[in-house]
Design a binder for this molecule. Structure first.
Ligand SMILES: [Zn+2]
Length: 175
């Protein structure tokens, strides 16, 4: 499956839709976070061309297999995300010369695409990243609280910064 959609072939009368399952190898930025096997996300993504911009909306649901930040035990993390935002060509940004773009609907987020193409798999991967908890501990995923012995090397992983913090924009997260 081609991971890019050419924007100029989107039509105003027909919504571009893709449905399927996202596998771990389609989420390379999560390869350090996800444990082998058992991670599968069903998705639907829609792209709709309207008035010089692209509406992107869809959902992502399934289970990710991630490890506890404290003890390393494998935990299942349920994902059920809906997303909606608009996309504009990046050239719009340049022609505005840094001036703020006026949004019709200030509740919606805006993202940009370049070279007439949209990386829809990248969008889904972003959404999967955004669904992850900042910190993942046994007791926060319905397991008994775990403990690790003092001086375990695992402790240095505690409170490390979320490597995807820069991706998290207000409004992108569910509720
Ligand atoms: Zn744990």
């Amino acid at each position: 499956m081609e991971r890019f959609v050419q924007v100029s072939v989107l039509s105003e009368s027909k919504v571009w839709t893709q449905k399927g399952k996202l596998t771990v190898d389609q989420m390379p930025r999560l390869s350090d976070v996800l444990l082998a096997g058992n991670s599968i996300l069903k998705y639907q993504i829609n792209l709709e061309w309207e008035k010089e911009q692209v509406s992107c909306y869809g959902n992502l649901a399934g289970t990710l297999s991630i490890s506890c930040d404290r003890c390393g035990q494998s935990l299942k993390f349920d994902v059920d995300e809906e997303f909606t935002f608009k996309m504009l060509p990046e050239t719009n940004l340049e022609s505005q010369n840094g001036k703020e773009i006026l949004l019709e609907d200030e509740d919606l987020d805006i993202d940009f695409y370049r070279d007439d193409r949209i990386d829809w798999q990248g969008i889904l991967e972003d959404q999967a990243i955004l669904s992850l908890p900042i910190r993942n501990l046994c007791e926060e995923q319905g397991q008994p609280a775990c403990e690790i012995p003092l001086n375990s090397h695992g402790i240095k992983n505690l409170n490390t910064e979320n490597p995807f913090a820069s991706l998290i924009k207000p409004g992108w997260q569910n509720n």
